[in-house]
Design a protein around this ligand. Structure first.
Ligand code: ATP
Ligand code: MG
Length: 376
């Protein structure tokens, strides 16, 4: 959801392009004629839904795009954006429903645009992606089958990325990247944004447990590249009728590769579980189905399974703390920033009240039932 807060001290300046300015950018950089442009929600970059008219040179191909304007901090790291763009293209070629990355008039996949505000010149990396069909998972009641499918997709994605090579791959190390689950202790810098209440106490406990029980075991986890943000707004689905007439959903889009970084298999599944819990009517049941799907491709080791509960709690904390911090910076964007935090807090509290053993029992029993063919 965020790519700008890579270092504790850095505060990303979200771009503030107007619609006319953004249209002009699409025309001058990508050579497309814009017929309509609408702002899309965004966390700390700026996104526009772009509609184009066909010209004699573009009689086929897409007409809808997403213009992504990276914030000033991310824009200083073109290698990272380049690797992300190549990953999107690599996954598409491997059959994943990711967007196509459009080329600029100069045949590049990004362009650095400078804006002179009078007092200073700011530079922004801009990219154009094709607009994918479907609607976000957040808008539908998610079936158990879809939870399983999303878990499986997360694992397939991590497995596929093992075959991805790029000379600038090391830019995904992102040492102090605040959204990498490895960096949960960095949240301490932002705790003040929560004020002094019960939320803060739980977050402090999770950070302490993370230091004692996860940090010490990181070397036992298997490494991989993580998408790192498979949330219910970054997965699009399309419906089709099943043989018995019920609506069936399939994933039609995987979005938002801005949080990719080097991590571990177990991070990906923990992050996916946490986001799939958000809108669920029975949040404690979610983990087992996502885990079963993930383990149908990548079975976790005992050490990885043992860390899952704390990792899910830790992701709730990351989301809560960083959203609270970002709200202080951008109060006008509060509704979007707090989407996850609102219900996330309730779920974290419930997980804590139930305790690790009880939650694990539900998750692992559910996952086991898939092995025996009777899913719960
Ligand atoms: N290629 C696309 N096809 C369809 N919809 C898209 C596409 N890209 C973005 N969107 C819409 O815009 C929303 C925000 O885009 P995205 O997830 O890429 O950015 P973000 O979460 O705001 O993060 P950031 O601000 O770091 O870019 C998505 O949740 C989705 O609704
Ligand atoms: Mg997103």
């Amino acid at each position: 959801m965020s790519s700008g807060v890579d270092q504790q001290s850095q505060v990303p300046a979200k771009p503030t392009f107007g619609e006319v300015q953004a249209s002009a950018l699409v025309e001058s950089v990508f050579g497309l004629k814009v017929s309509k442009i609408q702002p899309l929600p965004s966390y700390d970059d700026q996104n526009f839904h772009v509609y184009t008219s066909r010209t004699k040179d573009t009689t086929d191909g897409p007409t809808e795009y997403v213009l992504k304007i990276s914030n000033t901090e991310t824009s200083k790291n073109p290698d990272l954006i380049e690797v992300q763009s190549h990953i999107i293209m690599f996954l598409k070629a491997a059959g994943f429903p990711t967007a196509s990355v459009c080329r600029t008039k100069g045949d590049n996949i990004t362009s650095l645009v400078s804006v002179d505000s009078g007092s200073e010149v700011k530079s922004y990396l801009v990219r154009l992606l094709t607009y994918l069909p479907g609607r976000p998972v957040a808008e539908i009641p998610v079936s158990l089958q879809l939870l399983y499918d999303i878990g499986r997709l997360a694992a397939k994605l991590d497995k596929t990325l093992e075959k991805f090579h790029h000379p600038k791959l090391s830019s995904l190390q992102r040492k102090n990247f605040i959204w990498n689950l490895k960096n949960v202790p960095l949240l301490e810098e932002y705790l003040h944004a929560l004020g002094q209440n019960q939320t803060r106490e739980i977050v402090e406990q999770v950070i302490q447990l993370f230091k004692e029980e996860v940090m010490t075991k990181l070397s036992h986890f298997r490494e991989c590249i993580n998408h790192g943000d498979l949330n219910d707004h970054n997965i699009l689905i399309e419906s089709s009728k099943s043989a018995c007439g019920d609506a069936e959903y399939r994933v039609s889009g995987i979005l938002d590769f801005s949080d990719m970084s080097c991590g571990y298999y177990v991070f990906e599944v923990a992050i996916t579980i946490m986001y799939m819990m958000i809108e669920s009517k029975s949040p404690m049941q979610v983990g087992g189905h996502v885990l079963a799907g993930f383990e149908s491709i990548i079975p976790l080791t005992a050490a990885e399974r043992g860390a899952l509960f704390l990792l899910v709690c830790s992701r709730f904390c990351q989301s809560l703390v960083i959203a609270a911090h970002s709200c202080q910076l951008y109060p006008e964007n509060k509704d979007y920033l707090m989407i996850t935090a609102k219900t996330g807090w309730k779920h974290l509290q419930q997980m804590f009240d139930m305790g690790q053993k009880a939650v694990e029992e539900i998750w692992f029993e559910t996952a086991k039932s898939y092995e025996s063919g009777i899913s719960m």
